[in-house]
Design a protein around this ligand. Structure first.
Ligand code: PEP
Ligand code: MG
Length: 749
């Protein structure tokens, strides 16, 4: 039976279009179950009825057949979400005779719900003329089949397939990557060269292919330089870093060597390119750190760009008559750079994720973006659509009502950001004079040239691991010194918290592979650096030397889960300090902090309070470990609740304990930069929040509109709620009351 099941699912999924898939399904199910009739009904929630989509065996009359959710056995299966198995269907109290259905010849009935993520999408029914009681095996076969059909239907719906007459393709969901709302024509651009469409090809003229490749590399380098220059005035270094990364990679002797070696084997340049790019990208794709995993995308983009120059493709001239919502297979920094900003209302990318460089770039450019959209682009191209970059929703064919609702949002939105940007230089101080320190989370660079960054109270989290992961070897003490000096120099009068290396496990360095079953519970953060004092000491010495004369360095230790680990790290810090002071006696001992991101630390604060100068709460990992839910797994994304009552309770506990021990505490997880999170955290007592550049102006503004008193009251009430959704609703009401609703997810209200 298992192989029959597999066959059915395989045939059904291969069908080009969903209606024919359902036809195949009913036919093959009859054959596999040796029964005379199989019918599939899908639920139209709007009209509260089930519509017959395909049947083998029913000789119904009329165009369509609907069964109300409250009618007959099929309606009962939908309502109860449970199978019904009857030898004599007509004897069941819920049986209803539908003359137009032509089912009077059938006696037995087995109906099972088609459920996807708790929702009953429809009902799958088999019937037989004789009064046959289907056995347990048959019942479980149908249940299994229905579960597989549910996935196919959910997938088709997500792709924008509409099942019911007159039904609009209502909404398509993707990953929100850059906030903002846009309305305009959707325009599908399929002119980009596609590396995945390059197939094996060999050459006899190896020299010529090598030359073609070198030329393509030169052209690409010149092109990146041009694009970078074009955007230089508009964007900050973080966003532009993609072009530096491309340039760096293209100049990387290793990549060039690998490409050449592949061509030397006799492969044509484009085929060699695909193989080498894919092997590099796969290395990144295996990492579970979302940031690093998404670097795979950058490498693929680089490959696409090289392919473009290899194939000498005509540069498509994008000259739209009116601004468009651009739909592409894979959004690249190059696409964004090549289209005038005024012509881009928003971007929708079928591939990609929220932290790919193209996404970072679209955020920096202020263009709403949705990534990872599962859709057939031909179906929506040319239609007027709405893109909601807050919720990741696309409405390809919106109703008039929705259009006017969103038009209002679009204008509110631009007023809001203009207002917020104007006041970014003002301090974050509540109406009743409570001052909050707003710090910066920095990654690629901690650039001060972005105006927002000049108005922060310091850097609350500088993630040092990036340089380690993008190189072919551990960066030398000299290289690290150079990097840290430039960051500390950028904030000479402000505190800069540098976190020591947070890699390990799945975040494997290309030059130090680690293979683990449970990487998030494995060899990462401080566990790795304590096992590698050699690497740790180099990093510590570089940081300490970089602080000479600036004295603005604080050191933060990631993933600490015990006091022993802290003691071990402190010994090494002492050793590094003694070493650097031999040469530079003026180097000062930096402030030392520990990340509170493993739940065990909640109970260890009393033991570490007199050893460290501060703690910093990593709500991203703390939420993950507290709720036992992988922060990168889309399957359980709805369980990763940032406002979960236990997260809030933990935050309360941490603050209270820190207060008892007079220990300064900062929050550097994403919660601090989230408008709702920021208000709740301040209400709980926290007065140091560290966040990404894009949230600074917003959070400062919101804090200035509220009083500490009311935030304390809000936090107090939130702590009494058993559901995260209750906390969200309470906060939503507050934002509406204060006229701040535009700051939390615009979306459809
Ligand atoms: C955190 O876990 O909240 C944090 C700030 O660290 P990262 O996101 O780098 O793991
Ligand atoms: Mg963390």
């Amino acid at each position: 039976m298992l192989s029959q099941l597999r066959d059915i699912v395989e045939h059904v999924s291969k069908a080009e279009e969903v209606h024919s898939a359902l036809e195949i399904l009913v036919k093959q199910t009859c054959a596999a179950m040796n029964t005379e009739c199989c019918t599939i009904y899908l639920a139209d929630e709007k009209k509260q009825r089930l519509e017959l989509m395909a049947t083998q065996g029913l000789r119904f009359t009329g165009h369509t057949i609907h069964i109300g959710f409250d009618e007959g056995l099929v309606g009962l299966v939908k309502r109860t979400a449970e199978p019904i198995n009857l030898a004599e269907a007509a004897k069941h109290p819920s049986f209803k005779f539908f003359p137009q259905l032509g089912e009077d010849i059938y006696h037995s009935f087995l109906g099972t719900p088609i459920i996807h993520r708790k929702q009953v999408l429809g009902v799958l029914v088999i019937q037989q003329k004789s009064s046959r009681q289907f056995d347990e095996m048959e019942e479980s076969f149908l249940v299994t089949l229905a579960a597989q059909v549910a996935v196919i239907i959910a997938h088709a719906t997500a792709q924008g397939q509409s099942f019911f007459d007159g039904d609009r393709v209502s909404v398509i969901k993707g990953i929100p990557a850059s906030s903002g709302v846009a309305i305009g024509p959707l325009w599908w651009d399929n002119t980009q060269p596609d590396l995945s469409q390059v197939f094996p090809a060999s050459t006899l003229d190896i020299l010529r292919e090598q030359e073609l490749l070198s030329l393509a590399i030169e052209n690409a380098l010149a092109d990146f330089k041009r694009m970078r220059k074009k955007l230089d005035l508009e964007l900050n270094k973080d966003a532009l870093a993609i072009f530096d990364l491309f340039t760096h990679l293209l100049n990387d002797p290793m990549l060039r060597k690998d490409l050449k070696a592949q061509i030397a084997k006799g492969d044509r340049a484009d085929w060699a390119l695909r193989q080498v790019v894919e092997s590099y990208a796969n290395r990144f794709a295996k990492m579970s750190d979302i940031y690093l995993r998404e670097r795979a995308q950058d490498i693929k983009e680089l490959g696409q760009r090289l392919l473009f120059f290899l194939q000498n493709t005509e540069q498509p001239v994008h000259n739209f008559e009116q601004p468009v919502i651009l739909v592409v297979q894979e959004l690249t920094a190059s696409i964004l750079a090549s289209i005038p900003k005024e012509q881009l209302l928003a971007v929708v990318s079928l591939d990609g994720a929220a932290n790919s460089h193209a996404a970072i770039l679209s955020r920096a450019m202020g263009i709403p973006a949705i990534m990872g959209v599962n859709i057939n682009p031909e179906l929506i191209s040319g239609k007027v659509g709405i893109v909601d970059g807050y919720s990741g929703e696309i409405y390809p064919d919106p109703s008039q009502d929705l259009l006017s609702e969103y038009s209002e949002l679009v204008s509110e939105e631009s007023e809001l950001s203009a207002m917020v940007d104007k006041t970014v230089s003002e301090e974050a101080c509540t109406l009743d004079g409570h001052r909050i320190q707003v710090m910066l989370n920095a990654g690629l660079s901690a650039d001060t040239s972005i105006s927002v960054n000049q108005y922060v109270d310091g850097v609350g989290l500088y993630r040092t691991e990036i340089a380690f992961l993008t190189q072919q070897k551990f960066p030398s003490e000299e290289e690290q010194l150079h990097q840290y000096t430039s960051v500390l120099n950028a904030y000479p009068d402000k505190k800069v918290v540098m976190r020591t290396l947070d890699i390990g496990g799945d975040k494997a360095l290309p030059y130090l592979p680690i293979d683990e079953d449970n990487p998030f519970l494995g060899w990462r953060g401080i566990r790795f650096t304590l096992d590698h004092p050699d690497i740790f000491l180099i990093q510590l010495r570089s940081m300490l030397k970089a602080s000479l004369g600036l004295d603005n360095l604080s050191i933060l230790l990631p993933m600490v889960s015990s006091v022993q680990e802290l003691d071990g790290a402190m010994e090494l810090i002492e050793q590094a300090l003694a070493e650097v002071q031999q040469l530079h006696p003026d180097i000062k001992r930096p402030a030392l902090g520990v990340m509170i991101e493993v739940p065990s630390m909640l109970y260890l604060i009393p033991f570490i309070a007199d050893k460290v100068d501060f703690v910093s709460v990593g709500t991203n990992d703390l939420t993950q470990y507290l709720l036992a839910v992988d922060r990168n797994n889309a399957q359980v994304a709805d369980i990763y609740e940032t406002l979960h009552p236990s997260v809030l309770a933990a935050m309360k506990h941490i603050f209270a304990t820190c207060q008892t021990y007079n220990l300064p505490v900062c929050i550097c997880g994403e919660l601090a930069g989230d408008p709702i999170g920021a208000l709740l955290l301040v209400g709980l007592g926290y007065d140091m929040l560290s966040m990404n550049t894009s949230n600074v102006a917003k959070v400062k503004y919101i804090l200035r509109q509220t009083s500490y008193q009311e935030l304390q009251d809000l936090a107090h009430r939130a702590l009494s709620k058993p559901y995260g959704s209750d906390i969200y609703s309470q906060m939503q009401q507050f934002f509406e009351l204060k006229g701040l609703a535009g700051f939390i997810r615009a979306g459809k209200r």
